[in-house]
Structure formats: C-alpha cells, structure tokens
Design a protein around this ligand. Structure first.
Ligand code: URA
Length: 484
C-alpha cells in the first residue's frame, strides 16, 4: 500500500479526485488551518504537486479541514517567520507555494531560504515584502473617528487593505490604542477592541463616521511636519496612494501645501546662515519630558516642532524607515545636506553608507535610519556651515527621544555608527576600536558597534580607505546576519 493510502489526505474524499488532495481553508488568511493541513500532509508524505489548495470561495466539495494537530514540524526559523507573512497575501497560489517550500526544506534543502536566486524563494520574498508594505500602509494611514453620541466613547475606522492583513495588523492598534474602544471595518471583516480583541463580519465605508474634532489636530500635525524641500509628488503618490486619502483628514491640506512648497523651499535655502547661540539644556530636557507621544508619528510631530538645542539648523531631521524594521542604524547628527533636505544620511557619508549597505545585502528602504542628535550643529566659515561634533550634554538632551523612537520602531538589532551613537545608546564614552562588533546596550534589542561612515571619508590615503571600507561592509554583513 502507498504511504498516501496508509495516511489518507487531510480531506477524506479528496483522494478520489484523480489522486489529488484538496485542502479547503477558510477564506482570507487561515494560518491555523494552513499549519494543521501542512502537518497532516507531511505526515501523509503527500507531495506538493498532488495538493490543491482552496480558500477564496466556500469549498466546492463541502469538505472542511480536520484541524486535529499532527506532529509539529522542525522547520528553520527563516521558514516559520515567513509563513505568517505570506499567508495573508491575496495570491491564490500562496498556500501551494509555501507548502512547496516546506516540502523541499524537509526533503533536505535546509538552507533553501538563503538561496535568493531560487525562483520559489524569490517569489515568496516578494510576497512577504508586499505584505510588509500593506501592513505599513495600514499602520500609517488608518484614521479612527469618534462615533457621535452620548454613550461610552467609541472610535471607528474604515480601511481597504490590498491583502488579507486585518488579523496581522490588529495587534499594532491594540498596542497603540489600548485604552480606547475601537473597531476597524474592512470589506472583508472587522476587528473590535474593548479590552478584548475580536473579529467579526465585513463592514461598509458608510458605517464609519465622517469626521470629528480630531481632524483639525491631524491637519495641524501634517502641516507642521510637512517639509517643502522634500516634496516629490511621484514618491508621495507611491507612498500614500490616493485611495487612502479620503479616510485621512490631513490630506485636505495637501493641495495648498503643494502649491506653496517651492516658494517655501526657496526661502529656506536663501535664509542667511546665522551663528548659533546656545539654549539652556536643563529647561529643554524638562520640557521634553512633558510630552508623552503614544506613537512614532506623534513623537515625530514633537521632534519636528522642537527648537534646536544649539540654534541654527533649518529643521529637525527625523528618522526614516518602516516601523517594525528588523535593523536600525543610529548615526551622530544630520550634516549640511541632511539639514537642507530634511532626511537622514543623504550627504556624502550617507551615500557611502548606502553603497556599503547594498554591498552587505541590506535594503536601505527596509532598514530604519536615524541620528542620536536631531539637529545640525555647525560653525560658520564665511558662508560655509562646518559640521561641529555634539557635546556629551547635547547627546544626552536627545537621548529620551532616541529611546522612544526605537521603542516605537522595535528593531531586533541596532547598529551604532560611531562613538556618538554609542554614547547615545549606552550613556558611556567607549572607544570604537575596543568595542567594535556585537554589543549589549541594556535595551530590548541586540546591539552592534561599528565606525561612522564619515570616518572612512576622512582617512588620508586610498589604500587605507579601501581596507577600512571592506571592514565596514563586513561589519554590516555580520550585523545583518545577527538581525535575521
Ligand atoms: N552623519 C550622520 O551621523 N547622520 C546623518 O544623517 C548624516 C551624516
């Protein structure tokens, strides 16, 4: 008797359909159903090419998966981490592709996930990225509105994700809005929080309130953090597709801001540089502690509104990258270019860092990049603004923000680029040469210490530069592996 006959397929009648095994899962993202099916299929040694996965419609055959647990499988972490990030994808082939991967891994290709050129691995990586982007959009663009009326306060949001991500996205909102009662309505289902998280049937756009008293607050925040020098309409439309605009009160401000952007940017550039005058750090830190932002957006709004400790900078330079990034990089402070453009690591050191990241196999867009100090500090030499290293007092002034920022981003590993970043992350002055490599920062993430890319730019001769650059790329590779 064949193995499959001894261990019937998960769907008892499926074997009858010309040797195919039909697995029926719930519509949407049925992670538990998929895991249970995989255990049973593997126990039955049923190869992927004989399995038909059915999930988008009620089962043609009216067969429900038997959810009894099979024996747990021993899969590499890279595979177990991937599964929940692919199951929510809208592609009907997602379960089949995942099962094919699991099959091959269990047949002996244990390191298959590391073979980025394998077409199956490549496709699954792309699917995982699409889910990451969709989650990021939902986390960033969903807006709750207060339900009008007398009773207990309640908030409702309408959102249309591209994939089946409601269940995967909900914990983020539980974390951020734990003290509120809220519902998220989507065309496929709804999530509700009143101290307990539950899921229900689909909602309709009309079921969410039209607007509320928070709208002005969102618009203010957007107007305050909008940087005219960074306006790039194509990038903006790609990052914030129009379909989300109608749920986002702040988008009402966009047309006017866009119209005024080039004049405002020109004014920023033409502003005569002035010599900095120092503020009182004790009062500044006390003021900062009064703000208790409850999200990265709210924190960034506070940072964007803040005055530089040492005046002179055009603007605060905020961190950049997705919430939930696996790896974060902390630099020293923005330089001249960063100050003008309002983005971290866009000047010469930033460009060198980008090149090194690419060589180390790290996608800059998936990492989080920020600085220990949020404002550019300089001395004037003629009209040139010459970078000045922040003092220990200035670094400690910004530490509270950096800590909150990394709490919200939640990376697995943080790379300190240079001594100022180490000081900001540990509170200690530690020579890089002694501490280079994996490190413990006493924080809920792993640490890694390496040099700052501007150190490489300052090295006097090309041969030394080359050796130091190679060592830097090696460090980034190591850090990337640790964060994996
Ligand atoms: N150096 C830094 O530390 N950060 C930047 O953003 C640019 C240069």
């Amino acid at each position: 008797m064949s193995d499959a006959a001894q261990n019937p397929s998960p769907t008892t009648e499926a074997g009858a359909i010309r040797g195919l095994h039909v697995v029926s899962l719930a519509p949407g993202a049925d992670l538990d159903g998929f895991r249970a099916a995989v255990r049973r299929l593997i126990a039955g040694r049923i190869p992927p090419e004989t399995v038909v996965w059915q999930s988008e419609a009620p089962s043609l055959f009216g067969i429900d998966m038997d959810r009894a647990e099979g024996a747990p499988l021993r899969l590499p972490r890279a595979v177990t981490d991937l599964i929940p990030m692919v199951v929510p994808h809208r592609d009907p082939e997602r379960y089949g592709l995942l099962y094919a991967l699991i099959w091959r891994v269990l047949q002996g290709e244990r390191a298959l996930m590391e073979v980025a050129s394998d077409p199956l691995v490549h496709r699954l990586h792309r699917m995982r990225k699409a889910i990451g982007r969709d989650l990021h959009k939902m986390h960033a663009f969903l807006r709750f509105r207060r339900v009008p009326g007398e009773g207990a306060e309640r908030f409702v949001a309408w959102f249309e994700p591209d994939h089946h991500i409601l269940a995967a996205a909900a914990p983020f909102f539980v974390d951020r809005f734990r003290s509120l009662n809220w519902s998220i309505l989507t065309p496929e289902g709804s999530a509700h929080w009143d101290g307990t998280l539950s899921f229900g049937p689909p909602g309709r756009c009309e079921d969410a309130p039209e607007g509320d008293s928070f709208e002005a607050g969102w618009r203010d925040y957007y107007e305050n953090t909008f940087n005219p020098a960074r306006l790039n309409l194509d990038a903006m439309r790609a990052e914030m597709p129009r379909k989300y605009w109608r749920n986002m009160p702040e988008t009402a401000a966009i047309p006017a801001l866009v119209r005024a952007a080039s004049a405002r940017a020109q004014a920023m550039i033409e502003k005569e540089p002035t010599m900095p005058v120092k503020r009182d750090p004790v009062r500044a830190v006390a003021k900062m502690a009064q703000d208790e932002p409850d999200s990265l957006e709210a924190l960034n709004a506070v940072i964007a509104r803040s005055e530089p400790l040492v005046p002179g900078a055009t603007q605060a330079v905020l961190g950049e990258g997705p919430v939930g990034a696996r790896i974060a990089f902390v630099g020293e402070q923005p330089g001249d270019q960063e100050d003008r453009q309002g983005r971290p690591f866009v000047g010469p050191a930033g460009q060198l860092l980008s090149r090194a990241l690419e060589e180390a196999g790290i996608d800059r867009r998936e990492a989080y990049l920020t600085n220990a100090v949020k404002h550019f500090k300089f001395t004037l030499r003629g009209k040139r603004r010459i970078h000045e290293k922040p003092t220990a007092g200035e670094v400690s002034h910004y530490r509270w923000w950096l800590d909150r920022e990394l709490d919200f981003v939640g990376p697995r590993l943080v790379v300190a680029l240079g001594a100022t970043a180490v000081l900001a992350l540990t509170g200690k002055q530690i020579p890089i040469t002694r501490a280079r490599g994996p490190a413990e920062f006493g924080k809920p993430f792993q640490g890694f210490i390496t040099v700052h890319p501007s150190y490489l730019l300052r090295l006097p001769d090309e041969a030394a530069k080359d050796v130091a650059y190679r060592a830097f790329v090696d460090d980034l590779r190591r850090a990337n592996a640790l964060a994996a």
